[in-house]
Write a protein that binds this ligand. Structure first.
Ligand SMILES: C[S@@+](CC[C@H](N)C(=O)[O-])C[C@H]1O[C@@H](n2cnc3c(N)ncnc32)[C@H](O)[C@@H]1O
Length: 208
């Protein structure tokens, strides 16, 4: 199944399925970003808007984009804040935003589906104001190394969504090549994680 079709399919149950990665992502994103106050945020791969409401509270305005029409539909049903605009777009194509136009860009659980990290970091760098922040949260590569990827169930069958493995150094080097400095890197476990593999990795970068 194509990635977009998979998310269109998953959209009807994405918010309600048991999903430890989604829940931990929401928790750590709030912890890191809640203290910020920014004029404008671009959320790439917003999905059903799990993090959008929080972004609307810390931002003067939010542009939230995703290539799955159905994920966006779910987000629009839930998010009623007047300062959020949703747009359907594929982030592997040039982003339809002006240069130097956002103070914060967020990207949660999306880059495992993107082959060319450099393109994303380059577009983020172009779209951010100088001194702006880029926050990235991803399934930890250690989990990818043992074969974990985004997946959902339909009629008792597990559907795995096409994913690419990015090493920690891939994120750091791509960010550095595109004018970012690393402000904060964290690795996150579930509270009762038996196998001791971190579930998530988060990066906060700053555009020089
Ligand atoms: C696991 S969901 C995460 C959604 C949301 N950020 C969250 O944390 O709940 C991944 C999202 O990335 C979107 N996505 C994947 N590849 C994309 C692309 N090339 N362009 C735009 N959105 C994309 C999918 O449609 C999906 O909504």
């Amino acid at each position: 199944m194509e990635i977009k079709d998979a998310y269109n399919n998953w959209s009807s149950t994405y918010d309600d399925d048991k999903n430890l990665t989604r829940d931990l992502d929401e928790k750590v994103t709030r912890k890191i970003l809640n203290p910020l106050k920014v004029k404008s945020t671009l959320e790439i791969g917003c999905g059903t808007g799990k993090n959008t409401e929080m972004l609307a509270k810390i931002s003067g305005k939010v542009l939230a984009i995703d290539f799955s029409e159905r994920m966006i539909e779910r987000a629009k049903e839930k998010i009623k804040s007047g300062n959020v605009e949703f747009k359907t777009a594929d982030i592997t194509n040039k982003w339809d935003v002006p240069d130097d136009s956002f103070e914060l860009i967020t990207c949660n659980l999306v880059l495992e589906h993107i082959e060319n990290l450099d393109f994303i970091f380059a577009e983020a760098s172009r779209s951010l104001v100088k001194g702006g922040n880029l926050f990235v949260s991803e399934l930890h590569p250690f989990r990818q190394y043992v074969g974990k990827k985004a997946n959902f169930e339909r009629e008792g069958e597990k559907n795995e969504i096409h994913s690419l493995v990015h090493n920690i150094s891939d994120f750091l080097n791509s960010a550095a090549r595109n004018g970012f400095t690393l402000v904060k890197l964290d690795e996150w476990h579930n509270d009762n994680n038996e196998i001791k593999l971190p579930r998530l990795i988060t990066f906060l970068f700053n555009k020089k």
